[in-house]
Design a protein around this ligand. Structure first.
Ligand SMILES: Cc1cc2nc3c(=O)[nH]c(=O)nc-3n(C[C@H](O)[C@H](O)[C@H](O)COP(=O)(O)OP(=O)(O)OC[C@H]3O[C@@H](n4cnc5c(N)ncnc54)[C@H](O)[C@@H]3O)c2cc1C
Length: 362
């Protein structure tokens, strides 16, 4: 094994693997380190949506179109390397379930600086005509470019590609880090590696490293379930309304998600299941009546006060960087964020002010 690298990326989720790809493509010798494995954290979510019309009122997310385009580029690139189809441009339908929510959604679509064709406001009859049986009050938003992605499958294919372009992976081993002339990693196997620079992409675990303890990151637990329907599922698009629902195949779909700011354990539980099922009953009552869960999954998101990621270098060590806090928009922000971070690390480019790690400090 090579043992000196330009950059070690610590954490093999969406943030870590997108960062590793940007850095390796720019010519750096990269090593990815993760004691749990590929998609061992929140990025293990079985199926997720990339949707730039976010929150209750379908607000335009920061750099919506640019972020989505960066993700689609990467998905297309990696999809050519594997026969296993891991994503689809399904579109995302966001029906309002209350008149006052519909009014705010319509206003957001009208007044925010969306690029042409990204989103459309649909009246209630159009939503119901497009998706018979869907609950909708007052209209809804059609997000044309929204995607449904099998995240672990994507990240597995992405890691295989990274290996092909000579990126090294050290997985399933605990380690210690020391700052000497360079960053020195010693693994429980007795192996060691060093690197000039280090990038932490460790999601909610970031605060467990002494270097990053003061970070303002908040844990938000999320549960999902894969559901089986006894009737064929008649729609191809994803639905996002009080949770999200997206078809996996003719008889299965993903039911997501909870947003738990207080929790006692990080496993799936009946309370989370009941919460999601109630939402399914409200939004898609026929599907709820014909469905039962066949598997459950939970993970912990790392969220920030303004719901945008944190990115930048350590206040003491200018060769140490972080990219975390992707909250519930890891798909949307990880590819574009990795591009910004890589240019910052390799070329000294400024980071977007909106993502800067120091934006909450006076
Ligand atoms: C239920 C649920 C549903 C979601 N749905 C969506 C969705 O529809 N759309 C969307 O965009 N986002 C969604 N998200 C959010 C998305 O999953 C996250 O934003 C994203 O996965 C965060 O990626 P990350 O790489 O920053 O963190 P993580 O994926 O958590 O990666 C951190 C990595 O660090 C590793 N690690 C831990 N300890 C160490 C250590 N000591 N050293 C090195 N590595 C370590 C972990 O193994 C892990 O691989 C959802 C999240 C959940 C939980």
């Amino acid at each position: 094994m090579k043992n000196h690298f330009d950059i070690c990326v610590v954490g093999a989720g969406l943030a870590g693997l997108h960062s590793a790809l940007e850095l390796a493509e720019a010519g750096s010798k990269v090593c990815v380190i993760d004691p749990i494995g590929i998609a061992g954290g929140a990025s293990g979510t079985p199926v997720g949506l990339a949707n730039p019309a976010t929150g209750r009122f379908a607000s335009r997310s920061w750099e919506a179109e640019r972020s989505l385009a960066a993700l689609i580029n990467r998905l297309d690139q990696i999809q050519t390397k594997t026969e296993r189809k891991f994503y689809k441009q399904t579109g995302v339908l966001r029906p309002a379930l209350e008149e006052k929510v519909a009014l705010k959604m319509a206003e957001n679509i009208r007044s925010q600086p969306w690029e042409d064709g990204t989103v459309e406001w649909w009246h209630e009859a159009k939503v119901k005509g497009f998706h018979p049986g869907l609950t909708c009050i007052g209209g809804g938003v059609w997000v044309r470019g929204g995607l449904t992605i099998h995240i672990p499958d994507y990240l597995t294919a992405l890691s295989n590609h990274l290996k092909e372009i000579d990126c090294t992976f050290i997985l399933d081993q605990r380690f210690n880090i020391e700052q000497k002339n360079s960053w020195a990693f010693s693994f429980e196997s007795g192996d060691s590696v060093t690197s000039e620079k280090i990038v932490f992409t460790t999601g909610i675990w970031s605060k467990e490293f002494d270097l990053w303890t003061p970070l303002k990151l908040f844990p938000v637990k999320g549960q999902t379930a894969i559901m089986q329907s006894s009737e064929p599922i008649q729609f191809e698009h994803a639905v996002s309304a009080m949770g999200y629902f997206s078809k996996i195949d003719d008889y299965t779909f993903i039911l997501g998600s909870t947003y738990e700011h207080q929790f006692e354990h990080d496993e799936p539980d009946q309370k989370g299941m009941d919460y999601m099922f109630n939402r399914l009953q409200r939004v898609l009552p026929d599907l709820a009546n014909s469905s039962k869960p066949i598997s459950k999954w939970s993970g912990i998101r790392a969220s920030t006060r303004d719901r945008r990621p944190l990115m930048g270098s350590h206040s003491t060590y200018d060769t140490c960087f972080l990219f975390a806090g992707l909250g519930s928009k890891g798909l949307l922000y990880s590819a574009y964020g990795a591009k910004c971070l890589s240019k910052h690390i390799l070329k000294g480019a400024s980071l977007p002010r909106e993502l800067d790690i120091n934006r909450f400090t006076k």
